[in-house]
Design a protein around this ligand. Structure first.
Ligand code: EPZ
Length: 435
């Protein structure tokens, strides 16, 4: 079901699809951003907190959403899809999500908090690591234990149980987005009040809190360092639309600057992309903000930058790869430090195949600007690395072929149509079977 659905998305077996990007293109025109992947995924998980109907509108058709929807359905929740709306009815749900589905995307672990809150027991696969790092869950489990759950690990599963969660003070050693969200969802139905200190400040955390409050939750302080969750006896249904995807918006913003183009990105919240705007202006691009749109253009040289990724509102780690592609043709050397993940430079060897001059050691990369990139065959290793290779290909002279393109479809809705609508010449093709 999942792959079939995913194939409907991408018109073929995603594991065998390559993207052909014909020659460099100056991107121009308008593009509309979809709802945020990283807001929608925890919101879909939070639909498990009630046995009443939850309707989410403007759900993007991306692979991660398909997988987590399948997982929630597999748990027993009723699901009805009408165009880009999804209606959930989690009247009766199990306590143990499908092992294979959980292993597919890390965000599946976000059902742990709601199931623990709802049933007081869960058995869930440890999320796999992925290309960008080991991705531990120790802070999630620290929060569950603080709420009174007994936690065990067995056979690659986390087994948790509690006779009823109780509010507590929880300090996060790192402002983890997922841990903040999972603990918030578990605490929403706990007895008493919970304080999450050193909480993640990301807009997606705020959107989740807002969503739970539309269900009758009592959460305050989201977006600040301390979030207060007053547990309630039950939560009711809701009808909600998530915020716009700030990383998709940022990706089109940097694509405009990288190709010397002129793009207006619509359905964006300028406040959420402040760090990206600031660094684009510093690099010599022009950025004009409207109420819910942003126009980006560049016609002069690309100025080199010092970039360090940080938790929100610092420069987003999810934009690091895309900026590395952009800076590969800067007028000088740039330095990028990746402080959030320990292994998020998988795009470096692939960009180097296009002619970029990048030296990466541990968490720092030095990018010596070159005059131009050359199209060639490259491989996407993860979602944002794939986006970076697309940007590199749009900057490069000659045709590029990007294999493993299904990584890109995990988080960018209709990216081929959206880029071709801006003047690109991209198409998908089945990978020739090579022996
Ligand atoms: C969320 O991942 C996003 N995913 C990621 O986006 C994003 O890069 C990340 O936040 C940081 O902003 C979703 O929201 C679905 P974290 P998450 O927990 O929650 C360490 C994309 O491209 N950590 O904030 O997994 C962890 O190892 C994806 O859209 C622990 O040590 O990120 C990492 O180094 C990629 N223990 C750092 O914190 C824990 O228990 C940040 O992780 C949890 C995390």
């Amino acid at each position: 079901m999942i792959f079939k659905t995913a194939c409907l998305l991408t018109g073929g077996d995603p594991s065998k699809l390559e993207l052909f990007v014909n020659n460099r293109t100056r991107l121009t025109g308008e593009v509309t951003v979809s709802s945020s992947k990283n807001a929608i995924l925890p919101i879909l998980a939070a639909s498990l907190l009630t046995d009443e109907e939850v309707q989410i509108d403007r759900v993007p058709s991306i692979k991660d959403v398909i997988i987590i929807t399948e997982l929630i359905h597999n748990l027993g929740s009723g699901i009805e899809k009408k165009e880009n709306k999804i209606i959930f009815r989690a009247a009766q749900v199990g306590t143990s999500p499908d092992y294979e589905l959980v292993r597919q995307i890390r965000a599946s672990f976000l059902v742990a908090g709601p199931l623990l809150a709802r049933h007081g027991a869960i058995k869930i696969a440890l999320p796999g690591g992925c290309a960008i790092g080991t991705r531990p869950i120790d802070l999630h489990l620290k929060g569950f234990r603080a709420l009174g759950a007994g936690i065990g690990l067995s056979g690659g599963n986390v087994i948790a149980s509690s006779s009823g969660l109780k509010g507590n003070h929880i300090y996060l050693d790192f402002p983890s987005v997922g841990a903040t969200e999972n603990i918030m969802m578990a605490a929403a139905l706990a007895k008493g009040t919970t304080y999450i200190e050193n909480a993640a400040l990301e807009p997606e955390v705020v959107d989740l809190a807002n969503f739970i409050n539309t269900m009758g939750g009592r959460i305050s302080g989201a977006g600040r360092n301390v979030i207060r969750i007053e547990g309630v006896k039950r939560l009711h249904g809701s009808h909600y639309t998530a915020i716009a995807d700030r990383i998709e918006a940022g990706t089109y913003m940097v694509a405009a600057a990288a190709t010397g183009g002129d793009i207006t990105i619509k359905n964006v919240i300028p406040e959420h992309v402040k760090a990206v705007t600031a660094k684009l202006i510093e690099s010599g691009a022009q950025v004009a903000e409207g109420r819910d749109k942003i126009r980006v253009k560049r016609d002069g040289a690309i100025k080199p930058l010092y970039l360090k990724t940080l938790p929100y509102p610092g420069f987003p780690t999810d934009m690091q790869a895309q900026f590395m592609a952009y800076l590969s043709c800067a007028d000088g050397s740039s330095v990028i430090t990746e402080s959030v993940f320990e292994n998020r430079f998988m795009h470096v060897p692939e960009l180097s195949r296009m002619g970029a001059k990048i030296k990466a050691e541990s968490r720092t990369a030095i990018i010596k600007g070159v005059k131009e990139l050359s199209g060639t065959r490259v491989k996407a290793t993860d979602l944002r690395a794939g986006a970076a290779l697309l940007i590199g290909a749009l900057m490069a002279k000659g045709t590029s072929i990007i294999s493993n393109s299904e990584h890109i479809d995990r988080g960018y809705e209709n990216i081929v149509d959206k880029l071709n609508g801006l003047g690109a010449d991209i198409y998908r093709q089945e990978e020739e079977s090579r022996h």
